[in-house]
Design a protein around this ligand. Structure first.
Ligand SMILES: [Zn+2]
Length: 244
């Protein structure tokens, strides 16, 4: 391998690490975001249930008021009953009293159902609130973990970048420019190892035998005719088509 390519190969190894690190740093907050999102969803559910509970209470009060009013009417009617002179009036009044009793019985039944529904919703609400408390605790813990992890990776990134910059000083400018161009166009791999079977580790195409021989002579820098990457023969003969 030509001497001039060595710093580029080192830079490439670091750049690949940096690339991976940057991706890792980017996804770190994902776990936290998932927790926060589910916490928000549950909080909204709680709000909805609390709204419903308020409505249930209002309905209950309404029905209780109705029952109270109708009971007052019932008491009055029952008082009147004895003073009525005719059978017809008496029967009419009895019917009215019956009607009030039936309607109130239905209201009582409605009340029982409302109360059951209210209890059920309240239980649901309490369970969700417990879940939110739990999630908030998880978020708090996860936040610390995420922050620590993120700081560590960022520190590593800074170190690697500094290391890379030092090596970059040793690279020839025109080769470095070409390296950067290829790196960005070729998914991070600008230098590809050529296997002992003469295939390019970057694009997996075979290079012509003559080019392979020239590479072995190590007199100048060569490029893959297919993907234009820098090519080199690794120190250890490379039988698989890995890039280095
Ligand atoms: Zn190639």
């Amino acid at each position: 391998m030509k001497e001039e390519l060595k710093p580029l190969l080192e830079i490439q190894a670091i750049d690949l690490q940096i690339r991976k690190l940057e991706q890792d740093i980017k996804v770190i907050p994902d776990r936290l975001n998932i927790l926060t999102a589910s916490c928000d969803t549950i909080s909204k559910q709680i709000e909805e249930i609390e709204e419903e509970l308020k409505e249930i209470t209002a309905q209950k009060i309404n029905i209780e008021d109705e029952i109270e009013l109708e009971n007052a009417r019932l008491a009055k009617d029952q008082q009147k009953l004895n003073s009525l002179k005719t059978n017809r009036d008496y029967n009419t009044m009895l019917k009215e009293i019956d009607g009030i009793k039936t309607a109130n019985a239905a209201r009582e039944e409605e009340l029982v159902q409302l109360m059951a529904k209210g209890e059920e919703r309240q239980k649901e609400c309490d369970e969700l609130k417990n879940k939110v408390t739990q999630l908030k605790e998880e978020i708090r813990t996860e936040n610390i973990v995420v922050q620590k992890e993120s700081d560590e990776l960022k520190k590593l990134l800074t170190d690697l970048t500094a290391q890379r910059d030092e090596i970059a000083k040793k690279a020839k400018k025109d080769l470095y420019t070409r390296y950067m161009f290829l790196r960005d166009k070729r998914a991070g791999i600008a230098l590809a190892a050529i296997s002992s079977k003469a295939s390019c580790g970057g694009c997996h195409m075979n290079i012509p035998p003559q080019l392979y021989n020239e590479l072995l002579r190590n007199e100048k820098i060569h490029y893959c005719p297919t993907c234009q990457r820098f090519i080199y023969i690794p120190v250890e003969p490379n039988n698989n088509s890995a890039s280095q």
